[in-house]
Design a protein around this ligand. Structure first.
Ligand code: C5J
Length: 221
């Protein structure tokens, strides 16, 4: 059944049966101390602030019986899917694949790669491991979404201007109607979050829409 919510830049209509809630990279490596995000010098506590809003939205979405997709940015243990340009750039305290307090950074199967307990996947929810920032690169996600007849994506997670924005742009180019949930996404840099939300929704929704999680939860009631 179609639902319509107030959104920016104008109303967003979606049918939960053809819509997926996408949680981007809510992993210990980005949200917890000692992970990849912290190795780059970031204050990870900023990202922890969205967890309660995401939990409420996730609970409402699960109650509606609609599709949930979790992504994890990570690489194979031999790093064969990690381009040297990604691993070697900059001067972080630890690089991708190096051992840290939560295991090897951004490596599949390591404790730091796991989605935080508060948002852990359940049942048949999809978990997509992605080597890039965007969830459509080298994952087969588009084909899986097409097979599941998903046309709309609700984008959440971290970080707003990197993996969330990249994924929303990839999705828009593939024809999905995307909405980014304002209080369920966060950046290490507040000004980058604000800029990303503004640029995604500018020019009549050039990439898509944004709305607060409360509007979605109310529509699902
Ligand atoms: C980053 C991400 N920031 N999940 N990854 O490297 O946004």
């Amino acid at each position: 059944m179609m639902k319509t919510i107030a959104a920016t830049p104008f109303e967003y209509a979606f049918d939960p049966a053809h819509t997926a809630l996408v949680l981007i990279d809510m992993q210990r490596d980005f949200v917890a101390a000692g992970g990849f995000g912290a190795s780059l010098g970031n204050d990870v506590t900023r990202l922890q602030a969205i967890v309660p809003a995401l939990q409420r939205l996730l609970a409402a979405w699960r109650a509606a019986g609609a599709l949930v997709i979790h992504t994890r940015e990570c690489h194979r243990p031999d790093l064969s899917d990690c381009p040297p340009a990604k691993r070697l750039r900059g001067n972080p305290s630890l690089r991708i694949g190096d051992p840290g307090p939560m295991g090897r950074l951004l490596v599949a199967g390591e404790p730091g790669c796991a989605i935080i307990d508060a948002l852990a996947p359940v049942g048949k929810e999809w978990v997509i491991d992605k080597p890039g920032k965007g969830a459509f690169y080298a994952t087969g996600l588009h084909e899986k979404l097409q097979a599941a007849q998903i046309t709309h994506l609700l984008m959440t997670g971290v970080t707003t201007e990197v993996c969330v924005q990249t994924t929303m742009r990839e999705a828009n180019d593939r024809g999905y109607e995307c909405l980014i949930v304002e209080d369920a996404t966060e950046s290490y840099f507040p000004e980058f979050k604000a800029a990303a939300l503004a640029m995604l929704t500018a020019q009549g929704g050039i990439i898509g829409w944004s709305a607060p999680s409360a509007a979605l939860i109310e529509a699902l009631r």
